[in-house]
Design a protein around this ligand. Structure first.
Ligand SMILES: Nc1ncnc2c1ncn2[C@@H]1O[C@H](COP(=O)(O)OP(=O)(O)OP(=O)(O)O)[C@@H](O)[C@H]1O
Ligand SMILES: [Mg+2]
Length: 483
């Protein structure tokens, strides 16, 4: 993975390209130089060979004329003496092309190559891989051609020189390629460093480190880019700070507004019972008589009502996170039903229970959840107060996706779901979005805190609550609680 990343990086590609260019240039230049060098050396060796043959042919005139074969042989041998000598064989022919004398430096070379037809009369140079075969007619002014001389000139010095040149070339081009790669890497780093720095900067901003500045390195467009990035980063930070401040302001204003609304609601709720208490006391005062037992009953009722409002208000306002313990929702609902059964019997409400058994235990506050479900069940009973009906309570375990609605439970959490369904008066569409508001009530003696409290409790358990209702048909409340 890391290796692929390196091959993919621009730095690698640039230095690799530079290395390839440098290497191929070095090879091409080297090849040309070698070719020229070889040509030059060949030419030099050839002319040296011709010169040697010429000198030798002049020296051979006299011995040939006097037919001194031994002298000819000695002269040929002398020309081959010494390590440095280029001549490896010598052959002397008579004017008819018949061999007169031969001498070889190395006996292995002992093979007579016949004279070439066209070599008669002029210098003839033949070559194979190892030797130049140079043939020259031996001329005397008065007699014309008296014979031929052929010398074998070794190409060895040519190969030795070429070998050293090649070695030097390999060494040099190796060095050039190495330096090329180094320069490539260095250039790539120099060009890319500012881009890499920018890249890092962008990543950091992406991760939320607003306002960071990258060092301005590089030239031209890259420098411009770095400057623009720094400006953008700074602007972004300012903007976000401003937005944050505005948001905080808004939240503060909303909170103040909510507190105002809430206080107005509490005051309004308390005002009613207080007014009736005040009126009662005033009447008793005017009539100058003692409180009757009925008056005391009314007083007690109104004071209880105030007490309830204040209690609910405190419970809502404190919004305390209660200690969580194991809760069995089936058992908890049984308790709620037990409390409300007398009321249901009074109002001719039948109850249908469909409890999934066993139901997983959830973590939560038993008392708070009992209060929440009691509020829902009480609302259902109150909705069916006048004509009776059926209350259906269904529990189930679900491991799948959650339905859309209020609350903040993440999707795909295993959860317990409770459905409380009544056949009561239902909720008109326009009220549906207000039922969770504190103090929203349509009941004469209601506080409107029931569902507000319930919502908070379910929310504290990371659950969600949805209410679906059709006027005059009934209401379905669905509560989902994560395990
Ligand atoms: N099951 C239901 N059927 C019909 N209306 C309902 C039902 N549940 C809630 N409501 C409507 O929502 C309103 C708000 O309910 P909530 O429980 O918050 O207050 P409340 O019942 O009026 O008063 P409290 O619960 O304090 O006695 C109710 O007044 C009622 O109009
Ligand atoms: Mg209620």
């Amino acid at each position: 993975m890391r290796l692929i990343k390196i091959f993919d990086s621009i730095a690698f590609r640039i230095s690799f390209s530079i290395a390839v260019i440098v290497a191929s240039t070095a090879v091409a230049v080297g090849w040309i130089i070698m070719r020229e060098e070889r040509k030059m050396l060949e030419l030099e060796l050839r002319s040296k060979g011709k010169y040697l043959t010429e000198i030798m042919s002049r020296r051979l005139v006299e011995p040939i004329l006097y037919e001194e074969r031994y002298e000819i042989f000695s002269l040929l041998q002398a020309s081959m003496k010494g390590k440095e000598s280029l001549v490896v064989y010598g052959e002397v022919y008579d004017k008819n092309g018949e061999v007169v004398v031969t001498a070889y430096k190395d006996e292995k070379l002992h093979k007579i190559i016949p004279l070439f037809e066209n070599s008669i009369g002029s210098v003839d140079v033949r070559e194979d891989n190892l030797l130049y075969h140079i043939t020259l007619p031996i001329n005397v002014e008065a007699l014309g051609t008296i014979g031929f001389l052929r010398l074998g000139i070794t190409k060895e010095p040519l190969y030795t020189t070429l070998k050293t040149v090649k070695q030097k070339f390999y060494l040099l081009s190796g060095g050039i390629i190495f330096i090329g790669i180094m320069i490539g890497l260095w250039m790539a780093r120099k060009i890319l460093r500012p881009i890499l720095i920018l890249n890092k900067g962008v990543r950091m901003v992406g991760e939320g480190e607003l306002g960071i500045e990258v060092p301005v390195v590089g030239e031209g467009e890259i420098k411009e880019l770095a400057l623009s990035f720094n400006r953008m980063s700074k602007k972004l930070k300012e903007l976000i700070n401003e937005t944050r401040a505005a948001q905080e302001n808004l939240v503060r204003t909303e909170k103040l507004y909510a507190v105002g609304e809430f206080s107005a609601g509490v005051a309004h709720e308390i005002k009613n019972p207080l007014t009736s208490i005040k009126m009662l006391i005033q009447t008793v005062k005017q009539k100058k008589q003692a409180l009757s037992s009925k008056d005391i009953e009314i007083l007690e009722e109104e004071i209880n009502r105030i007490d309830r409002i204040v209690k609910d208000f405190l419970a809502f306002a404190r919004h305390e996170k209660t200690e969580k313990a194991d809760v069995n929702i089936n058992n908890l609902l049984e308790e709620v039903i037990a409390i409300t059964r007398p009321k249901m019997e009074q109002s001719a409400i039948s109850i249908k229970q469909k409890f999934s058994q066993p139901l997983p235990i959830i973590k939560g506050s038993h008392d708070a959840l009992k209060q929440a479900f009691l509020n829902i069940v009480l609302n259902a009973i109150q909705a069916m107060d006048s004509g009776g009906g059926t209350l259906e309570i269904v529990t189930s375990y679900e491991s799948g996706v959650m339905s859309q609605g209020l609350g903040n439970m993440p999707h795909n959490t295993p959860k317990v779901s409770v459905i409380i369904k009544d056949t009561g008066i239902g909720i008109p569409e326009k009220n549906l979005k207000k039922i969770f508001d504190p103090f929203f009530t349509t009941k004469e003696d209601g506080t409107g805190m029931g569902l507000a409290l319930t919502y908070n409790i379910i929310n504290d358990h990371s659950g969600r609550i949805d209410i679906d209702s059709t006027p005059f048909m009934g209401t379905t409340v669905r509560v989902e609680l994560p395990l």
